[in-house]
Design a protein around this ligand. Structure first.
Ligand code: PRP
Length: 181
């Protein structure tokens, strides 16, 4: 299945799957828990849900899953700086080890807002895992603990990433013509 305007596959399903397994193994080693401590994995909707579903099955630790969604004011991009929570967590993260899962970190403004917000809730530890990292466009300085792939300026869709809300269900990640720089 190819989306309208399909251009080029950037990451195949096999490449993604292999990298997700590596990330899961690394996270398993790094975040090995004290007995009785359960990792809180937080997925950022919508784009992160497919990556999260695969990643948690590659992490061999006791964990819970929760989701959060944020939106930019007035439909503007996060680079305008105005973001708000449209779906908050269901569970407390107080004194929990937390892993935030994103599909992509671009300017970093969304994630820096989320980190500021979640830090105020008193987690024991706050780590970030993103599938795609576009450091060339970073505005907000951030520490990314786990990153799947470094990417360039191209606009990417698939494996959770959308174009006009479509193409999230592609098993691979690709470029489409006429979008992006
Ligand atoms: C994407 C992604 C991040 C944000 C990153 O979400 O999931 O949340 O953009 O961009 P930034 O680093 O420049 O702030 P998007 O707004 O595309 O929404 P979606 O997850 O619902 O597709």
């Amino acid at each position: 299945m190819y989306p309208k305007g399909f251009d080029r596959v950037v990451f195949t399903a096999e490449e993604i799957s292999s990298r997700v397994r590596e990330l899961g193994a690394q996270i398993t080693v790094d975040l090995r828990q004290d007995p009785g401590n359960t990792l809180a994995v937080i997925g950022m909707l919508k784009g992160g849900f497919i990556f999260l579903a695969d990643l948690i099955r590659a992490i061999e630790l006791d964990l819970t899953v929760d989701f959060m969604a944020i939106s930019s004011y007035g439909g503007a991009s996060a680079s305008s700086g105005g973001v708000r929570i449209v779906k908050d967590l269901s569970e407390s993260i107080f004194e929990r080890d937390v892993l935030i899962v994103e599909d992509i970190v671009d300017t970093g403004l969304t994630l820096s807002y989320i980190l500021r917000n979640l830090r105020e809730r008193g987690p024991r530890e706050l780590k970030v895992c993103t599938l795609l990292n576009r450091t060339a466009r970073r505005i907000a300085p951030l520490q990314i603990d786990y990153s799947g792939f470094e990417i360039g300026e191209e606009f990417l869709v698939g494996y959770g990433l959308d174009h006009l809300q479509m193409s999230r269900n592609l098993r691979y990640i690709c470029t489409v013509r006429g979008v992006g720089p």
